[in-house]
Design a protein around this ligand. Sequence first.
Ligand SMILES: NC(=O)c1ccc[n+]([C@@H]2O[C@H](COP(=O)([O-])OP(=O)(O)OC[C@H]3O[C@@H](n4cnc5c(N)ncnc54)[C@H](O)[C@@H]3O)[C@@H](O)[C@H]2O)c1
Length: 377
Amino acid sequence: MKKIKMGMIGGGIGAFIGDAHRRASRICNDFELVCGVFDVDYEKSKEFAAKEGIDLRRCYKSVDDMIKTELAMPADARMEVVAIVTPNDLHYPFAKKLLEDGFHLVCEKPMTITVQEALDLEMLVAKKKLTFALTHTYTGYPMVRQMRDLISKGVLGTIQRIDAQYYQGWINSIIHGTGSRITGVWRLDPQHAGASSCMGDIGVHAFNLIEYTTGLEVREVLSDLNPVKEGIKLDLDGTVLIRFSDKLKGVIRSSQVCAGEENNLTIAVYGSKASLKWGQENPNYLYMLSDSDTIRIFKPAHGYNEKLAEEGHTMPAGHPEGIYEALANIYRGTAKSIRNQKFTPGEFPSVHDGVRGMKFIHAVVDSNAKGNIWIKV
Ligand SMILES: NC(=O)c1ccc[n+]([C@@H]2O[C@H](COP(=O)([O-])OP(=O)(O)OC[C@H]3O[C@@H](n4cnc5c(N)ncnc54)[C@H](O)[C@@H]3O)[C@@H](O)[C@H]2O)c1
């Protein structure tokens, strides 16, 4: 089958997530990177393109140039989808232009800066009938997909509590002047990050994981955010109480300043019959607990898994797979959608998940600003 021709914005030398996107698109083997604007600095962008073996005539100075030149090419040579892997403030303007010009998108989270922008994109995707995949990467793990399917089959009974945590520590050393990391620090700047650092960057993953695995929508939030230090403009830490209904509540705890924490994202869904727990740092283990039985552990690449989880591994059981394969699963689903093939809901997060994420971020910021009150999502 012909590869889908992909462009990329961002993701040049030294960038974090763009490299993961390229690897994932190669693992799933459905895409071919043909062009891009890989860096804000054109010289560095060309340096990257040369290293990557991309035709330098298709390494563009700006996104406008890229769109114009690619549109002038014969349809079978032109890029079909673009991966947007820039800082947050650039997702919306680039996504809007590209959708208007008929390109499918893979876009990083948080999808936009404002809720209105997110709604605009949702409307445009529907109007243009294009594929839009939002890379909430963790939804691509086989055991997260297994969790979603087990919950949808009702194996937990009535869900009674949901608890998600996302703790990192890398910003701790930056605010205390002991760290040397220079990439990604735009996350502390409202102009590039938006209304929130911690909740916008990682709390939103926890939120998405909750809605993805349970199929439920968070109705209201009450947050207590913490910038941690004088002079910091955005939250670096916070707790969010969440309500789904009068009888189902939970919590999202998230921090970027927990010294020593790496990428500690966990989710636990507690039901009346049983509970499921999963953690990103050991992603191939899904634990099922109950009052009356021994703990069960689900692992990838076993026939006992549900369809989407079972399809989500590339190696036989016992060969650990991780973040690249998870992202590759999202790319695989995206490819099916672009090719108009049948796909299962949940194979890739959608523009609607992006809208939900933006509503969550703004409700959380609003709740905190108004004195920690309940706000509708
Ligand atoms: N899904 C995930 O798990 C995950 C993980 C990390 C980051 N992200 C998201 O990915 C995005 C990028 O984050 P990152 O950590 O890779 O950032 P980064 O700072 O490492 O890389 C950003 C890249 O964008 C480029 N860029 C900036 N302005 C540009 C412009 N005008 N035109 C073209 N390129 C431009 C930079 O030169 C750089 O190459 C963010 O939205 C972030 O929230 C998601």
